[in-house]
Write a protein of this length. Structure first.
Length: 94
């Protein structure tokens, strides 16, 4: 007889989620945008599920919707796609 427990059957999901949250913090997005000349950066929302079908690439693991003042001085809403360790962030406009 097999006993099922969500905690023991899929421990890698919990560990993977923990690692994902550590590596893809919103603060990293803010720092990257400020370094590129953006100001008044606000993270509006984020997504870690089904990121490629939300407009990011297949190598991306998170999507952050951002409102910020562009280097040209215009306020704009756009999103930033972020990958794992070896993929940097990509700024995408609609």
């Amino acid at each position: 007889m097999r006993h099922s427990s969500s905690k023991t059957d899929f421990p890698y999901v919990e560990c993977g989620t923990f690692v994902l949250l550590i590596l893809l913090k919103p603060e990293g997005v803010q720092k990257a945008l400020v370094a590129q000349g953006y100001k008044d950066v606000k993270i509006i929302k984020h997504a870690w599920v089904a990121v490629p079908i939300r407009g990011c690439g297949t190598g991306d693991a998170a999507r952050f919707t951002v409102e910020a003042k562009t280097p040209a001085g215009n306020t704009s809403t756009f999103f930033v796609c972020s990958g794992w360790l070896f993929k940097s962030m990509t700024i995408r406009f609609d």
